[in-house]
Design a binder for this molecule. Structure first.
Ligand SMILES: *Cc1c(COP(=O)(O)O)cnc(C)c1O
Length: 359
């Protein structure tokens, strides 16, 4: 390429999501999707959707979906911002709220998209080390900063910080925005959404991709004071007025209303998680207590990258991060009981073939 041309082109290191392998017989435990289908209401919406409606732009107000969320979180519609997946919502939040010369703070081990957005939007940041149990140290966040983002429960560790700790951080930092990314909150953690009417610097971000089994339609949302939501809307409307299409709005609204199905699904996953943890511990694995739909085990006698490759050869996809402090672990998404049984038997085979004794 012409040097002068290439000098004008943005060169950026993007976020790399987990593989999306296709084909029969694959057990996909690598991107924290839900193993169960979405609420049956989703299929009803798709069947009843009148294609004629797609001629028009989607609803700007997203009333039905916002109302469903307001009923769940006891908020007003002007406290909700919707987007095309929570990745988009988070990117908009970074653009809207992180405009300071002071660095934005986030953990050294957390969702790796945060670095990418800081790079994309030229936001200065400082990574704060988690302790040896992957817990955050509150004191690290009680210092001048340009904003804070915390995934709680954290990814890829599954570790949850108590709401009282999160509140201490929010309360200390009234002069800057604190984003709590709660992608996994529905698997046993407590949401900071109950603090929204108390702190106007708090933004809580959720997704339909994990607990609501809707990664395929891309719906996420932020909850905050109406002033912060207004600021987000203004940035979004300077970018793309219609980030959420008609079909996604309708499907997400109907699924959000189906509380019974939602509770059934997440309880099943929590139960499978606890069973899987106990089976893995019997084999000598150790892992932090997970409040998410994944676990993050290591084994003193197993090389994580080797186990990762072995499982892949058996068509079982998990996630391995070749990064300091976590390259001795694999992250396993919780699937169905049946999938976990196949995974455990593959791990046992690996241990047998490598003469690793089961204690
Ligand atoms: C999965 C995930 C998201 C993004 O979810 P979307 O599919 O874009 O809604 C955001 N934050 C964390 C920590 C995640 O794990």
């Amino acid at each position: 390429m012409n040097k002068s041309l290439s000098d004008k082109i943005r060169n950026i290191e993007p976020y790399v999501p987990g593989e999306q392998p296709g084909g029969e017989g694959i057990i996909k435990l690598n991107t924290n999707e839900n193993p169960y289908p979405p609420s049956p209401k989703a299929a009803d919406v798709i069947k009843e959707l009148n294609a004629e409606r797609l001629r028009l732009y989607p609803s700007f107000k997203c009333h039905q979906l916002k109302k469903a969320l307001c009923d769940i979180y006891k908020l007003n519609e002007n406290q909700i911002f919707l987007g095309n997946g929570s990745d988009e919502v988070l990117a908009m939040c970074f653009m809207t709220f992180f405009n300071s010369n002071l660095p934005v703070l986030f953990a050294d081990i957390t969702y790796s998209f945060y670095d990418v957005w800081c790079g994309l939007f030229n936001i200065s940041f400082k990574k704060v080390a988690l302790d040896n149990d992957f817990k955050i140290n509150i004191k690290d966040y009680l210092t001048p900063n340009g904003g804070i983002v915390i995934a709680n429960p954290n990814a890829p560790t599954g570790v949850y910080s108590e709401l009282s700790d999160i509140e201490e951080i929010i309360a200390f930092n009234k002069g800057c925005a604190v984003i709590i990314d709660e992608a996994y909150v529905d698997f046993g953690a407590k949401s900071a959404s109950e603090l929204i009417n108390k702190y106007d610097n708090l933004i809580v971000v959720h997704t339909f991709s994990k607990s609501r089994s809707l990664a395929g339609i891309r719906v996420g949302y932020a909850m905050a004071s109406k002033e912060l939501i207004n600021a987000l809307e203004a940035v979004k409307n300077s970018f793309n007025s219609y980030t959420l299409d008609t079909a996604s709005q309708l499907i997400a609204a109907k699924c959000a209303e189906d509380t019974e199905y939602f509770n059934l699904c997440r309880q099943k996953i929590i139960k499978t998680r606890e069973q899987t943890v106990s089976e893995l511990e019997k084999l000598g694995f150790e892992m932090p207590k997970s409040y998410a739909n994944f676990i993050f085990p290591k084994h003193p006698l197993i090389k994580a990258d080797e186990l990762f490759e072995y499982l892949k050869k058996r068509n079982i996809f998990v996630r391995y991060f070749n990064k300091p402090r976590i390259n001795d672990r694999i992250r396993i998404t919780i699937g169905t009981d049946e999938q976990m049984k196949i995974l455990l038997s593959a791990i046992k085979d690996y241990m047998e073939e490598n003469n690793i004794s089961i204690k």
